[in-house]
Design a protein. Structure first.
Length: 526
């Protein structure tokens, strides 16, 4: 029997699930997330193998949604000191690299940049020749000052990447093969500053991703699991370990997208609102054609604006571990959370911090079984009015997240998933504003890990094509091939890759015919 393993790391719990090759549910567990992440993943792996009695040799695929990289960015720890190289002179001098970054994050990544002559126009025409002698000089400085990583961002490189590739080759000839180099055209889209930010963050987290991958591969090997290891990425699909090591920033919001994909699988719906209530937040997203809807605007990561592919999400501090207070006569939920420390700090566990889970237990609509540390009677000391107000606030926050994620006034089906879902009273399922119906499917609490295990592999391109010397059909064919090649590079079966989404905008304001084309290709694992 062939089995698949899915693991997803949340702020409070790490979920692990085993599915059959036909995606039949075999078993799942929740284990506490640990500060170093890897230990929690290994604990979850051991627990699910023990619970299901699965033969490790039958596990042929392991898919993991990890928070290693986002934690490193948010906590400003373990980030590589890098050199950012911008190819744009004499243009691009008005806004310097990392100009609006939080100072602590800027320090954590080194805060060093270099500018070089070069770049292209929007249609791929050369703006200025690449100054290779300046690049060699920069390379010598990088070696001398012992930088750990390099990012290269060229003007309009998503349209034409020749200079970024040439710059990398030139620098590689000076610095050697050990220092990771991130190229912005492989990560972000049109928009110099945001794409540059994404490339810098990527180069800063490469070593974090490599260390995480190494630890997880060793953990699988020690348990005699000879499975192919894949990482979940931000668009709800998977990528190979090697791909994840090169592009770690593409993993940073994999948790929510895993939940959205898992919700679609558990309900059979391809178009729906998904509300994922976890330990710290309530996240709302939309499933479109079986994949999470992507954000069309810049997304902040650790206080930095970026423009690589990210899910369109609404996030509110409204999770199972969210702290509940009374401030100036009003009850508030979050935004802070006790996270995985709920088992020591929550009232029901004998702690002194009132959480949303304590409120749900006190009101009587939630139950926690299998944890001998929980004593519901401890929550009875909470005032009834306080509890009622807190429950109303929890419901209000969920309704607000649904309203904010929708793009029309029409009601849509809403799927509730996530282990923190017990904080929402079942009596409100048929009353949630903006919902046509509310579904909480079987195994809803493991939707994130299930989403990781059932995911496909994808590739996406978003670039401007000049139509001055080629037809629209030729440009579209080229875009489809580029997206398919990216999916195959990430680990998809070349024979089964399909185009799953196309978006095309003609740019009438440009002096020559041009179109911005976005194509996404996806396919099952090879």
């Amino acid at each position: 029997m062939t089995l698949k393993l899915g693991i997803d790391v949340g702020s409070t719990h790490t979920d692990a699930v085993i599915l059959s090759a036909r995606n039949e549910f075999v078993g799942a567990v929740k284990t506490p997330t640990t500060p170093d992440v890897t230990t929690g993943v290994v604990n979850g792996l051991d627990a699910v193998l023990q619970k299901t009695g699965a033969d490790p040799s039958e596990v042929k695929l392991a898919a993991i949604g990890t928070t290693h990289c986002i934690n490193a960015i948010v906590e400003r720890r373990r980030l590589a000191k890098g050199a950012a190289v911008r190819i744009s002179l004499p243009a691009g001098v008005g806004v310097e690299p990392m100009i609006d970054w939080p100072e602590d994050l800027k320090r954590a990544v080194g805060g060093t940049y270099f500018t070089v002559e070069g770049g292209y126009e929007y249609d791929g025409r050369e703006f200025n020749r690449l100054d290779t002698s300046r690049l060699r000089e920069i390379g010598r400085t990088i070696v001398e000052k012992k930088f750990d990583a390099i990012s290269i961002t060229g003007q309009f490189s998503p349209v034409r990447n020749d200079q970024e590739v040439a710059a990398a080759e030139t620098l590689r000839g000076v610095v050697g093969d050990e220092i990771p180099i991130s190229l912005s055209h492989e990560i972000g889209i049109i928009g110099l500053v945001e794409r540059e930010n994404a490339a810098i963050l990527n180069s800063a987290t490469v070593e974090v991703a490599k260390a995480a991958a190494r630890a997880l591969e060793e953990a699988l090997e020690r348990r005699a699991i000879r499975a192919k290891l894949f990482f979940s990425q931000n668009d709800g699909t998977l990528m190979s370990v090697e791909y994840a090591k090169r592009y770690p920033v593409l993993t940073i919001l994999s948790g929510p997208t895993n939940s959205i994909r898992g919700a679609g699988f558990l309900t059979g719906l391809n178009e729906t609102v998904v509300v994922d209530i976890g330990g710290t937040t309530t996240l709302a997203g939309i499933l479109v054609k079986g994949f999470p809807r992507q954000s069309s605007s810049a997304v902040e990561v650790g206080g930095v604006r970026t423009n690589f592919r990210m899910p369109d999400l609404v996030s509110m501090g409204n999770g199972g571990g969210s702290v509940v207070r009374k401030v100036d006569g009003r009850v508030t939920i979050g935004p802070d959370s006790v996270g995985y420390s709920i088992v020591t700090q929550g009232i029901a566990w004998g702690g002194s911090t009132v959480t949303a889970t304590d409120v749900a237990l006190a009101d009587g609509y939630a139950e926690i079984s299998g944890d001998p540390r929980v004593d519901v009677s401890r929550t009875k000391k909470l005032e009834k009015e306080f509890v009622k107000s807190a429950v109303s606030k929890i419901v209000e926050n969920v309704e607000k997240s649904i309203d904010m994620i929708k793009t029309s006034r029409e009601s849509m089906p809403v799927v509730l998933v996530g282990g923190g879902g017990i904080i929402l009273p079942g009596s409100h399922y048929d009353k949630l504003k903006g919902s046509a119906r509310v579904i909480r499917p079987p195994n809803f609490q493991f939707a994130n890990a299930i989403g990781a295990a059932i995911s496909q592999v994808s590739g996406e391109i978003d670039r401007v094509f000049s139509l001055e010397h080629q037809s629209r059909d030729e440009a579209m064919k080229q875009a489809k091939q580029m997206a398919s090649d990216k999916a195959i590079q990430a680990g998809a079966d070349p024979e089964r890759v399909q185009i799953v989404d196309i978006d095309e905008v003609f740019l009438a304001y440009l002096p020559s015919n041009a179109a911005r084309i976005r194509v996404k290709a996806a396919g099952p694992l090879k």
